[in-house]
Ligand binder design. Structure first.
Ligand code: T46
Length: 187
């Protein structure tokens, strides 16, 4: 490991909360957002197929809970570049000891935290302030036909969003509640 990423917490198998080291001087700072060798040491498999940016205007907006089905299951490295969010992941790996359990953490431009999410998790977040900018590295290509989604307010998930949900896309509003026999994904 290069020392540019510190492992702060491993709340579930393969899921890692990282702190990015900032190299500061009188001008400001430099920090690394992705390092192939470090990420490989941390369990990232394969390359980076895309790096996405989202800008979310309104505080209280929720995006999620998204995942892709195998063979397009994807790992993600999620970072907040501006503002702050409550970032949430749900373990949907069939047979996992933490199946359908969720983990949530505040990511912000201040706290320099990133979440390394392995394949087999649904991901989403709620903005806590206006004008949030997020960046995601993805380990698989975007395949709309392989997309899956969980409803952010599904009682079976019991995600405690920190503030009232002010905005949700039509797609995210339309995710069906989990069936009692939801199988999850087999990786
Ligand atoms: C994910 C994706 C989307 N798009 C297009 C499809 C739509 O026309 C538009 C917005 O897509 P969507 O509504 O799925 O975007 P979000 O709701 O922000 O979804 C993202 O937010 C949650 C929290 C995530 O973890 C995912 O990375 C991602 O699914 O971008 C692309 O062109 N490429 C892509 O990789």
């Amino acid at each position: 490991m290069s020392g540019r990423f510190e492992i702060v917490q491993e709340p579930m198998e393969g899921l890692k909360l990282l702190r990015r080291k900032r190299f500061g001087d009188e001008r400001g700072y430099l920090s690394r957002l992705f390092d192939a060798e470090d990420m490989s040491d941390l369990g990232w498999r394969g390359g980076v197929f895309q790096i996405n940016e989202t800008v979310t205007k309104r505080a209280g907006t929720v995006r999620g809970m998204h995942y892709q089905h195998p063979p397009f299951a994807e790992a993600k490295l999620v970072t907040c570049l501006a503002g702050r969010v409550e970032d949430v992941v749900v373990d949907i790996r069939a047979g996992s000891p933490t199946f359908l359990k969720h983990f949530s953490v505040e990511l912000s431009d201040d706290n320099a935290l990133s979440l390394l999410i392995p394949e087999g998790f649904a991901h989403g977040f709620q903005t806590r302030v206006d004008d949030v900018r997020m960046i995601y590295a993805h380990s698989a290509p975007y395949r709309p036909e392989a997309e899956g989604g969980l409803h952010p307010l599904d009682p079976a998930l019991a995600i405690a969003w920190p503030i009232a949900i002010e905005a949700l896309s039509d797609r995210d509003r339309s995710h069906a509640p989990l069936e009692f026999d939801f199988p999850g994904v087999v990786l």
